[in-house]
Design a protein around this ligand. Structure first.
Ligand code: 7TS
Length: 414
């Protein structure tokens, strides 16, 4: 069975060749080969991304949008070129719908503080799911406190899937915003966002998608999804830390006020009155993270080269394999068994705290996250305070899953 699956996989993907593109993956940790299974926290970077950052600082470090000199023009072209790569990658209608931010957290806060402040009033309803990361809860809670709006939460089944009938009940003419994870970081559940967006639009609500765990694993097309906003983080998709994207529909971005004020986002300033640039500049006050944005473009090139559908297929097989193996370990309880899921493999042992399991795995070179994963409501739903969470990327292998299972068996027996 395993051999058969491996054969199929090698047709899709040469994982050992792919792994050579990621220098960090070949290292030893405390004398053990590193097994990086903490991809939902952050991903490792291919050499092409690392080189792109180095080249920027070695060859054309310059600010953007304000210099007439050669390096300034080069940096601006590369920065705007990266914006176009993001646009194509997520299927946006135009590059001005792509706002560079620090990450998903900043993207969602931007929406809450601009669209939210303009349109949300007392008694309006903001709908979230139980599966949200704190980044897609707290900004809305802050907005609700400021405005008197009400948060409504869609429950999930024991498998960790959205209960659509309950969602239908929650939606009403008072719903102004629906903000949903594309993929749950705690359980790996892929939410049926296409359908959920359509349902929200029937009530005239705007839909924000937290794509932090979606974009690294799935082909995303914001136009066919028809979401109003889509936020994601570069560092979870093999790009540097500190860069992310907020997509917004052009007409909404034109309509809403800016958030941060400062250089680059203005057309004219006097002490009496300031006028603002058109999007995306309106939302990019100050000097951006230029090298990181350009390197996000390099990460997109890398992913496009591998093919997002190949990545999704490979990861799905690896996930099924792990989901078959893990429950065979005595005393291990998987948390989250959605039919449609990515390789986030949350579990608990009845009698060993998750952080202890995480530490014992670390001694064997295996990096996982253990704890609440910034998704405390998800954990509460399943009656736990935290889980052990191996999370997969396309550079992980069957052998790594086998080693994980073997080490977990030993931990269980000791
Ligand atoms: N939304 C989801 C679904 C996430 O998984 C995360 C980060 C964020 C938002 C926030 O992203 P940031 O880049 O702005 O911090 N998730 C995790 C995780 O699961 N483990 O570490 C970080």
């Amino acid at each position: 069975m395993v051999q058969y699956m491996q054969l199929e996989l090698s047709e899709l993907f040469d994982v050992s060749a792919i792994r050579k593109d990621f220098p960090l993956l070949s290292q030893q940790v405390d004398g053990k080969p590193l097994i990086w299974l903490d991809n939902a926290s952050t991903t490792q970077k291919p050499q092409s991304v690392i080189d792109t950052v180095a080249q920027f600082y070695e060859q054309y470090n310059s600010n953007v949008h304000r210099a007439v000199h050669t390096l300034g023009v080069q940096a601006t072209d590369a920065y705007e070129g990266a914006r176009e790569k993001v646009q194509r990658f997520i299927g946006a209608n135009c590059a001005s719908e792509i706002i560079f931010v620090r990450g998903t957290t900043e993207g969602i806060n931007l929406v809450a503080q601009t669209y939210g402040r303009k349109y949300i009033r007392e008694g309006d309803e903001i709908v979230l799911s139980t599966l949200e990361h704190h980044s897609n809860i707290v900004p809305w809670q802050m907005l609700a406190q400021e405005t008197g709006a009400i948060l409504k939460v869609i429950p999930v089944s024991d498998r960790g899937e959205i209960i659509l009938e309950e969602y239908t009940q929650i939606l009403s003419s008072r719903t102004r915003i629906v903000s949903l994870a594309h993929v749950s970081n705690g359980l790996g559940t892929i939410l049926p966002i296409q359908e959920m967006i359509k349902m929200a639009h029937q009530y005239g609500a705007r839909v924000v998608i937290d794509g932090a765990q979606g974009v690294p694993h799935k082909c995303v097309n914001v136009q066919s999804l028809d979401c109003d906003f889509y936020a994601f983080s570069g560092h979870k998709m093999f790009a540097p830390l500190g860069i992310g994207v907020l997509y917004g529909k052009q007409e909404i971005l034109e309509d809403i006020p800016p958030w941060h004020g400062g250089g680059s986002m203005i057309r004219s300033v006097s002490f009496e009155k300031t006028t603002y640039e058109a999007p995306p500049a309106k939302f990019e006050a100050g000097t951006p993270s230029i090298a990181d944005a350009i390197a996000l473009g390099a990460a997109i090139d890398y992913l496009t080269n591998l093919g997002m559908s190949n990545i999704a297929q490979y990861e799905q097989k690896l996930t099924y394999y792990a989901m078959e193996q893990l429950p065979q370990i005595p005393g291990l309880r998987l948390i989250g068994a959605a039919k449609d899921k990515v390789g986030v493999l949350s579990f608990v042992f009845e009698d060993i705290p998750p952080t202890e399991v995480g530490q014992l795995l670390a001694l064997e070179g295996i990096a996982v996250r253990a704890g609440h994963h910034c998704a405390q409501p998800t954990m509460q739903r399943f009656g736990v305070t935290g889980t052990v969470r191996p999370s997969l990327a396309f550079y992980n292998t069957y052998e790594e899953i086998d080693t994980l299972v073997e080490v977990l068996r030993k931990i269980r027996c000791n």
